[in-house]
Design a protein around this ligand. Structure first.
Ligand code: HEM
Length: 397
């Protein structure tokens, strides 16, 4: 292997992300070693898939590539994922389909459209407030706000309690002392436990009630299953949108001509959103466990082996995308895998696209200029990628 390109082992080092380094490793693996075995160490042994076609095929074959053992690499020391076989993202069909159909109504085109006026109002307020500040953090003051508002609306969190949840999620998902994050996470679970009991007594038209009242094969969910699914929805619904919007803004700050082009031609908004999703690929990996032997590019994968799908690598695969390392807001076709594929395709995909469209529209409509006032701080994680902080100044029109 080329000595200038770091070894694939660097992919499990959180500090390696944010340097741009992983893309050189993935490029090399796509070309020379598309099914790579990682020896067990801090993480159990696993295979890495880096090519678009392989990642898409694995995502679309839920029978052989199972999610029920967990979908993220977990340090050996942490043991098995408690959500395995119990949350939407961590179940296989047929249970997965039954669970998904219980909550799917909140994510249809119609439901997303019904939310749009509220979303626009929420973004308008957030941007107006940010413009009053001399300087703000694009990630926490702007991008984090709408996804939390939306998931609170869907889950039935009363407006008066949203600020509390915002402050808890900011602590739980931010970099910082693990004790602070873990304490905030405990408080979030406690919050949802209280909400769950309220909905048991008085069901409403929201996702928590759907989980409380829902049943599969005549059986209600346990309290723990309800809470794990609430957590899954909260994390899924907030973290990735925040990262995609702020990663997109950072990219536009680096490519001001594209921002200008979008300002002048709003017809580019749908393709721009897809390109931001492809470019930022905020979900860095998902994992599967193989249920029967598979041979891929001559490598023998055994039943029980873990397989990691590196999504940003698929989205830069030169066999699938023309000029993949170019950010092109008019890119067509753009069948990226940023939202996954197959059985577990992102439930909130349509919602995420609407949120991104609304964010960028409001910023283009109300803000004359956006100036970066300090260095962007990258997220250091092997699970999600993007920026943790992005100091900016918004100039009013
Ligand atoms: C830009 C934003 C988003 C990105 C990049 C993203 C990415 C993904 C990806 C890659 C998957 C597939 C996981 C797998 O294959 O195992 C997924 C699944 C999921 N996402 Fe998203 N997501 C985003 C926004 C959202 C939103 C707004 C929600 C709303 C609640 C959401 C909820 C979920 C859920 C519940 C699943 C599991 C679906 C299932 O297993 O059937 N996501 N997401």
């Amino acid at each position: 292997m080329n000595v200038l390109v770091p070894e694939p082992t660097s992919l499990v080092n959180p500090g390696f992300y944010g340097t741009g380094g992983p893309h050189s490793v993935w490029r090399r693996m796509r070309e020379h070693d598309p099914v790579h075995w990682h020896e067990p160490a801090q993480y159990p042994g696993f295979w890495s898939l880096t090519r678009y076609d392989d990642i898409r095929a694995a995502s679309c074959d839920a029978r052989v590539f199972s999610s029920a053992q967990g979908i993220l690499l977990r340090p050996v020391a942490l043991g098995v994922d408690p959500g395995g076989g119990r949350t939407l993202a961590l179940t296989d069909p047929p249970r997965h389909r039954a669970l998904r159909s219980l909550v799917a109504d909140w994510f249809t085109t119609r439901s997303v459209r019904d939310l749009e006026d509220g979303m626009r109002g929420a973004v308008r307020d957030v941007v107006a407030h940010a413009m009053e500040l001399e300087e703000c953090d694009f990630v926490t003051d702007i991008a984090a706000r709408l996804p939390l508002y939306v998931i609170c609306r869907l889950m039935g969190v009363p407006a008066t309690e949203q600020e509390l949840l915002f402050s808890l999620t900011s602590k739980a998902f931010a970099a910082g002392a693990p004790e602070v994050r873990s304490a905030a996470h405990q408080q979030i679970m406690q919050y949802f436990a209280d909400l769950m009991y309220r909905r048991m007594n008085e069901p409403a038209d929201d996702l928590v009630s759907a989980l409380v009242m829902g049943e599969i094969d005549g059986e209600l969910f346990s309290e723990e299953e309800i809470l794990l699914n609430c957590d899954n929805l909260l994390v899924g619904g907030t973290e990735n949108v925040r990262l995609a919007v702020s990663g997109g803004m950072r990219t536009f700050l680096d490519h001001p001509d594209d921002w200008k082009r979008l300002r002048e031609d709003r017809g580019l908004l749908p393709t721009a959103v897809e390109e931001v999703l492809r470019w930022t690929s905020s979900a860095t990996h998902v994992m599967r466990t193989v249920t029967e032997p598979v041979v891929l590019h001559g490598r023998e994968i055994h039943a029980g082996d873990r397989v990691v799908l590196w999504i940003p690598s698929a989205n830069r695969d030169e066999l699938r995308f023309e000029d993949p390392d170019r950010f092109d807001i008019g890119r067509r076709p753009n069948r990226h895998l940023a939202l996954g594929a197959g059985e577990h395709f992102c439930l909130g995909g349509m919602l995420a696209r609407a949120e991104m469209r609304i964010f960028f529209t409001e910023l283009l409509d109300s803000v004359k200029g956006i100036e970066q006032t300090g260095p962007a701080v990258p997220v250091e994680s092997i699970v999600v990628s993007g920026v943790e902080h992005l100091p900016v100044r918004l100039k009013a029109k």
